[in-house]
Design a protein around this ligand. Structure first.
Ligand code: ADP
Ligand code: MG
Length: 221
């Protein structure tokens, strides 16, 4: 059963005097529970694809069905944000934590739409313990190592119990030991049933995936 289904997705960036075609007709079907590695040279469209799948960006054309819900071109930003928070956990190469919030409040960010209840705080604390950061709740991001920052980002991505985790070069800014810890966590989540899409340049990491797809010039080759 496909949780992600893309048909002939294109994405063009209009820069005024020129147009960049970042995705040139991508069709991809990912089953629930799969671990798919995405490889390809810099500029081949990997991040654009992740952003479209993660509802951070809208495709120019094509069809995207996420867990049976067809993304409508006219869907409001608010509706997309709601779907994103229900389905998707996004992990970025650069962590994307908010510098002025402590660790606990960063993990609570996805719940900002609702209120910061006691239950939400308990869940955030529990997730931080799971990624071995139970002792760092009140630290600010700049008081943490890279590996610790990425583990905060993972806890944040898990806050709403997503069906899909999208990780765009999550170990790209980490030393090898921290990278391994992050990969261990992601693989455990996948074994527990979460669908995992991982962009990586690392053949070793990709070898753990159930399938590797390669991108070139905005296409899957
Ligand atoms: P990758 O992640 O594989 O390195 P990207 O998806 O980031 O590749 O980029 C694919 C192509 O689209 C590149 O040529 C890049 O310069 C271009 N691109 C990406 N984002 C934008 C944007 N916001 N505006 C204009 N061009 C973009
Ligand atoms: Mg990229």
């Amino acid at each position: 059963m496909a949780i992600i289904n893309l048909e002939n997705i294109t994405k063009k960036f209009d820069l005024g005097d020129s147009v960049v075609s970042a995705l040139n007709g991508v069709s991809l079907s990912v089953n629930a529970g799969e671990f798919v590695a995405i490889m390809g040279q810099s500029g081949s469209g990997k991040s654009t694809l992740m952003n479209v799948i993660g509802l951070l960006d809208r495709p120019t054309d094509g069809t995207y069905v996420l867990d049976g819900v067809t993304m409508d071109k006219n869907m409001s930003d608010a509706k997309l944000a709601k779907l994103r928070s229900e389905f998707i956990g996004f992990i970025f190469q650069t962590f994307n934590l908010l510098p002025n919030l402590n660790v606990l409040d960063n993990v609570l960010l996805p719940t900002m739409y609702s209120s910061k209840t006691k239950a939400a705080k308990q869940r955030a604390t529990e997730l931080l313990k799971q990624v071995n950061l139970g002792h760092r709740l009140t630290h600010r991001p700049n008081q943490l190592s890279g590996g610790e920052r990425q583990r905060v980002a993972i806890a944040r991505a898990l806050m709403n119990n997503p069906k899909v985790i999208l990780a765009d070069e999550p170990t790209g800014n980490l030393d090898s030991k921290s990278g391994e810890e992050v990969m261990q966590i992601l693989q455990t989540l996948n074994k527990q049933g979460t669908t995992l899409l991982l962009v990586t340049h690392n053949e070793e990491l990709a070898s753990h995936a159930s399938r590797t797809i390669k991108m070139k010039d905005g296409k899957i080759v």
